[in-house]
Design a protein around this ligand. Structure first.
Ligand SMILES: Nc1nc2c(ncn2[C@@H]2O[C@H](COP(=O)(O)OP(=O)(O)OP(=O)(O)O)[C@@H](O)[C@H]2O)c(=O)[nH]1
Ligand SMILES: [Mg+2]
Length: 305
């Protein structure tokens, strides 16, 4: 495959996988130079596979951001892990990202090694170990981490980086271009993702719930965009979003005293949605309860699983 100037193009799919909170979505957004995937300090922020398309003059890299790999007991979590593991089998390279600022105690080593080997058992493409959050740790510890992880698995390459600060992304890109095959552009050059606007809007609202509520609420939250109406004459998009909770008792926490919390979530979400859609937005948020939705197969289907 060649571009208009007869230069070969490299292209392919690359999955970003690893434990929750490692910085996978931060890396994807950084590589795309655009926010597609939501990010929060809480684990299990990403719930679906999010596709991000990176275009350069000589490459097209289709990134798959995935939910964090973890021991899943509940149906929602099991679906998330399934989605992440499935992505390993349709890609040309895997980035296995870990947060190196977390300690790796001796007794955990064996467990982590077995876990990683299990995930990667059937992966036939190159796996690159991405050691993220190096901004939080000293060089000596980093070398120890590299040695420890290299024992777990025969990685194709090891790349230390700070996804948050963009350090190490050039090396990562160079490494990917070495591994990816010569091939066509699979997607047009002007679209950064295949996700629908409705999905991205729902995700933005969910991100604000993750950022603005305490520890317990986020995992009980799903967001559905119930209507999305454009009024070209007014240059305004009216969006109705439902924040769906698992229990009646959670409603008050999300709404807050006098509706203050919900208002904050709405204002923060609206700003990001306006940036995404490049239009003025009227965002109306509602809080609903759908009892134990995270165990409800039908509802999980509505969320795209
Ligand atoms: N200090 C530091 N923080 C980072 C870095 N990369 C990501 N973070 C932070 O780590 C947290 C988690 O980032 P995410 O990108 O949401 O992590 P994730 O791996 O996608 O998490 P899940 O979707 O929950 O699996 C956020 O608070 C980020 O700002 C980094 O290089 N350095
Ligand atoms: Mg994520």
């Amino acid at each position: 495959m060649v571009d208009l100037e007869n230069k070969p193009i490299r292209s392919g799919m690359v999955a970003i996988v690893g434990p929750p909170n490692a910085g996978k979505s931060t890396l994807m957004n950084g590589l795309l130079e655009q926010k597609i995937s939501i990010v929060s300090p809480k684990p299990q922020t990403t719930r679906n596979r999010i596709l991000g398309i990176m275009n350069g003059p000589e490459y097209q890299i289709v990134l798959l951001d995935t939910p964090g790999l973890h021991k899943a007991r509940e149906p929602l979590n099991q679906e998330m892990v399934r989605v992440a593991l499935e992505s390993l089998h349709e890609v040309d390279a895997v980035l296995y990202m870990i947060d190196v600022s977390l300690p790796l105690p001796e007794k955990l080593k064996e467990e982590k090694g077995a876990e990683l080997a299990g995930y990667m058992e059937q992966v036939r493409c190159p796996v690159i170990l991405v050691l993220n959050k190096v901004d939080l740790l000293n060089k000596e510890r980093l070398l120890a981490m590299i040695r420890a992880y290299a024992e777990f698995f025969p990685f194709h390459a090891v790349i230390p980086m700070s996804a948050l600060h963009g350090d190490g992304t050039d090396r990562l890109l160079a490494e990917l271009l070495r591994v990816l095959p010569v091939g066509p552009r699979y997607y047009p050059e002007d679209i950064p993702t295949d996700a629908s606007e409705r999905f991205l809007v729902a995700e933005i609202i969910r991100e604000k719930v993750f950022l603005l509520t305490g520890d317990e609420i986020p995992y009980s939250t799903a967001v559905l965009v119930e209507s999305f109406k454009e009024d070209p004459a007014k240059g305004l998009i009216t969006i109705h979003g439902a924040i769906v909770l698992e229990r009646e008792s959670q409603k008050g926490i999300v709404i807050g005293k006098g509706g203050v919390k919900l208002k904050g979530i709405g204002t923060a979400a609206r700003k990001d949605i306006e940036r995404l859609l490049d239009q003025k937005v009227l965002l109306k948020l509602f809080v609903k309860v759908r009892k134990n939705w995270s165990r409800d197969e039908q509802f999980l289907k509505e969320l795209g699983f």
